[in-house]
Design a protein around this ligand. Structure first.
Ligand code: ATP
Ligand code: MG
Length: 452
């Protein structure tokens, strides 16, 4: 093994911009506590990357040579978590700092995405910990001892060159864990970076391997791409590399290229609004994926019940095939039915009055603006709804104040993320799907626990 040792590039404090003032206070406390107990302690991963890019990190991860058991002893307010990786969370009130023991490179992943590791083999050196990470920009360490940055993989250069580069052989790394392909696109889109050529080539070659990945992890990454900055660019990259076709062939088939373009346009609007600190919930964004299914609707000729029935069924079927949790499928159905409601019933005052009072109205309205807001022919219809809605005298909701960073499949709620849900309360649709007379009721979707 000795011959494999790489000399890292060390960037002294004077030569990089990261200051302790930029690091979360509690994270600093953890780093110092470790250092004072004679352990190595580093800030690592996304936080170092983001600080070097002069961006505000969303969370701060710590790496150390202390073992989980030692960490538990050192921090009374801590808990061991993680199936895939054993991590220790150190709690500070409602928030926590994630501390990981330095690990070795070997990470066999089984079909469920779980890691099976030999207890004795999983721990490693700083070097091995760096090389098992996914991209060079994600493998930088900030050493609390001397505030230097330690770079084994050329990550600092790649940040300067704005490149997403897999560590090691990208083909091997993508085969080891195909979710990394989605992560490559996630980071390239978010930062407006370029995929380094060999990384891009491996992605172009191996994209279909994404089907071997754990579906929960895939869905999580897909929605991270859709809820971060530059979603439109992310969606285009997913399409360009064939990943949309691999992952969601039925959806692609149902909405066609035109539908994908339409979704990208909506995401562009979402991107623009995010620039103005107006964000959409995961529920709204998931529903936007199905908007193109309304393309052929003609309120002059069609019947609400028939179209709503068709759309409901299509969204249900596609949503299941796309591994979306039932909760998201149900809200997408409601928000799409809401679109139809806006289109079909603007002239029915009774219905207008009732619907503007429904908890579904505001998110439905927001989605309408995203999807159809630029269509001049709908201006009059919009005016009607808006007039009645304004009479309620309360501000229109349906957006959230911060990016929706909830996980799709677990709701532990990470530090710092927005936690708003635009779903509403009362009412109840008695008859379920078969009850066609009952087109005017707005029910809270069944909140089904999807953990499987
Ligand atoms: P974000 O800002 O989205 O949280 P992040 O870089 O912190 O970005 P995480 O998913 O939180 O990303 O992962 C933390 C770190 O763990 C990464 O920076 C990377 O070093 C490592 N990592 C995460 N997923 C993988 C993976 N699939 N393979 C290898 N390393 C990974
Ligand atoms: Mg992170």
């Amino acid at each position: 093994m000795e011959s494999l040792v790489t000399e890292p590039r060390i960037i002294a404090r004077a030569d990089h911009p990261i200051s302790r003032q930029d690091v979360d206070k509690d994270t600093l406390r953890v780093l110092y506590r470790l250092k004072d107990s004679n352990y190595d302690a580093f800030l690592v991963g996304g936080a170092v990357r983001d600080l070097l890019m002069f961006r505000k990190p969303k969370d701060f991860d710590v790496a150390t040579d202390a073992r989980p058991r030692e960490l538990r002893r050192l921090f009374k307010n801590s808990r061991e978590v993680g199936r895939r990786f054993r991590l220790v969370h150190v709690f500070f009130g409602p928030k926590n700092v994630e501390v990981a023991t330095l690990r070795s490179a070997v990470e066999p992943v089984d079909a469920d995405g779980d890691l099976y590791v030999d207890e004795d083999n999983q721990w490693g050196t700083l070097e091995s910990d760096a090389f098992r990470r996914d991209f060079t920009i994600n493998a930088l360490y900030y050493d609390i001892r001397d505030f230097a940055i330690i770079d084994y993989v050329g990550g600092v250069q790649d940040i300067e060159a704005k490149l997403v580069r897999a560590i090691g052989d990208p083909r091997v790394r993508f085969q080891e864990d195909p979710v990394r392909m989605l992560r490559a696109i996630k980071f390239a889109a978010r930062f407006g970076y370029t995929l380094e050529p060999a990384t891009a080539a491996a992605l172009a070659e191996l994209h279909a391997d994404v089907l071997k990945a754990n579906r929960h992890r895939v869905t999580e990454e897909f929605f991270r791409i859709l809820t971060q900055a530059n979603r439109a660019a992310g969606m285009r990259l997913l399409a360009q590399y064939g990943l949309l076709n691999d992952l969601y062939p039925d959806w692609v088939h149902a909405i066609g290229q035109g539908g994908i373009d339409q979704v990208v346009e909506m995401l562009e609007r979402v991107d623009d609004e995010a620039e103005q600190d107006r964000y959409y919930s995961i529920e709204t964004i998931a529903a936007a994926l199905f908007i193109p299914l309304l393309d052929t609707v003609d309120p002059a000729k069609d019947q609400f019940n028939r179209v709503a029935g068709r759309v409901t069924q299509e969204v249900r079927q596609l949503g299941i095939r796309m591994d979306l949790p039932k909760r998201l499928i149900n809200t997408a159905v409601e928000l799409l039915r809401g679109q139809l409601y806006l289109l079909f019933f603007a002239h029915k005052e009774q219905r207008v009055r009732r619907f503007v009072e429904s908890p579904w109205f505001d998110p439905t309205w927001r989605l309408h603006l995203l999807a159809f807001g630029a269509i001049p022919e709908l201006a009059e219809l919009r005016n009607t709804w808006l007039t009645f809605r304004k009479r309620l005298g309360k501000p229109i909701g349906g957006t959230v104040p911060s990016p929706d960073r909830r996980d799709i499949f677990s709701f532990r709620g990470r530090t710092g993320g927005g936690r708003n849900v635009d779903r509403g309360g009362r009412g109840g649709r008695g008859g379920g799907d078969g009850n066609d007379d009952d087109d005017g009721q707005w029910a809270e979707p069944e909140l089904v626990d999807d953990e499987s």
